[in-house]
Structures are given as structure tokens and as C-alpha cells.
Ligand binder design. Structure first.
Ligand SMILES: [Zn+2]
Length: 201
């Protein structure tokens, strides 16, 4: 697509939008055209929201989830179970668990996983901070909810070795057959995990 036909300011917007996940030049152009035709105050409100979000958002000083306060809403919520800690790779994973409504404890966001090939070691993710929390808070159980990728598994194993002698129960979330799934179409590793993670009926 030849963007030179657009005025430079519009061209810049299209190029910046096109770098966002899931957008290419075509959809970026469509959004830019939509914004050009929208009421000024709507477009300014959008720009203001983006600027405000980036300016005020920081990570929670305890769990490393995003927040605009010192503590995030989960750490600050007295109704949440303080004895159970769910360890996740990222805020996106935290949100997925939260939206399930199945967990009412607190979180710890590692902000990554161990990836030796990319030279990401234990000191590059929030493991030190996790150990500090185990000393300072009354945590009885740590649920390792890293993803079932090779890095996620390696991170869970590493944390299990690190935590098992510290007087807390360490558990790993079960992965298995998705609801509505069909065994014959599911990969071998997933079936194996589902069998290993089986529970009493
Ligand atoms: Zn927090």
C-alpha cells in the first residue's frame, strides 16, 4: 500500500497503529480513517485515555500486577484469601485466571519465565521477590500456574525445587482436555498431562 498519498501526520498514525498486535497496514488505515471522521472530543478522549494509562500505570510493589496505586486491587482487597498464592508468568495469565472466577487468593506475577536459550535466568524474573513474600506473609500454599510450554514447565520445576523445603504446600495447576474437546484430536502431551493430573471422582 502506498502511504505517500496521505498527509504526513495521518501517515505517521497509520504506521504507529500498524505496529500494534493483530493490526496490519490495512486495518491501521481503516482505524485512522475512522478517527478522522469521528467527533474531535471522542478522538481526544481516546488519546487522553492512552496517555493516562501509560503515565499512571506501574507494577504493584507486592505482586507485580499492573496498578495505578502502590498495591494492586487484589493485594489491597481484604476479602481475598491471603494464605494461597497463585504464581503466573504474566498479567495476561493472571487476568485469564481471574476471569474464571475460580480463584480467590492472591497472585505473584513473575514477569517472564526461565529461558536459558534467551539467557533469561532466575535473577531476571521475580523469584527473589517471591521468596521474600514467603518470609513476610502467611502463605500456606503456592500454586504454580505457569503455562504448559517447555519454559513454563521448566520454571515450575525450578520453583518446586526451590519452595518445597520452605514449609509451604506447592501445587501445579492441572492441564488437560478442554471442555468440548475430543480425545482423538488432542496431542499426545496434553493427553499425558490429563492422565497424570487426574483426580478422584
Ligand atoms: Zn498486587
Amino acid at each position: 500500500m502506498n502511504l505517500n498519498a496521505y498527509p504526513p501526520t495521518v501517515r505517521e498514525l497509520i504506521q504507529r497503529l500498524a505496529r500494534l498486535p493483530g493490526l496490519g497496514e490495512k486495518s491501521a488505515t481503516r482505524i485512522a480513517m475512522h478517527l478522522l471522521q469521528s467527533p474531535r472530543e471522542d478522538v481526544f478522549a481516546l488519546a487522553h485515555a492512552i496517555r493516562g494509562m501509560r503515565g499512571r500505570i506501574q507494577t504493584c510493589s507486592r505482586c507485580f500486577h499492573f496498578t495505578d496505586q502502590d498495591l494492586c486491587s487484589f493485594c489491597a482487597d481484604p476479602a481475598r484469601n491471603t494464605g494461597v498464592l497463585c504464581v503466573v508468568e504474566s498479567t495476561a495469565d493472571l487476568m485469564a485466571i481471574e476471569q474464571s472466577g475460580a480463584f480467590r487468593g492472591r497472585y505473584h506475577v513473575l514477569q517472564g519465565v526461565l529461558a536459558p536459550l534467551d539467557a533469561i535466568g532466575p535473577e531476571d524474573i521475580r523469584i527473589k521477590e517471591l521468596l521474600k513474600r514467603l518470609k513476610e506473609e502467611e502463605i500456606q500454599e503456592v500454586i504454580l500456574a505457569t503455562n504448559p510450554s517447555s519454559e513454563g514447565e521448566a520454571t515450575a520445576h525450578y520453583l518446586h525445587r526451590l519452595l518445597r523445603d520452605r514449609g509451604v504446600k506447592v501445587s501445579r495447576i492441572a492441564y488437560g482436555i478442554p471442555m468440548g474437546g475430543d480425545l482423538k484430536y488432542i496431542d499426545r502431551v496434553t493427553v499425558e498431562r490429563a492422565l497424570k493430573g487426574r483426580m478422584d471422582f
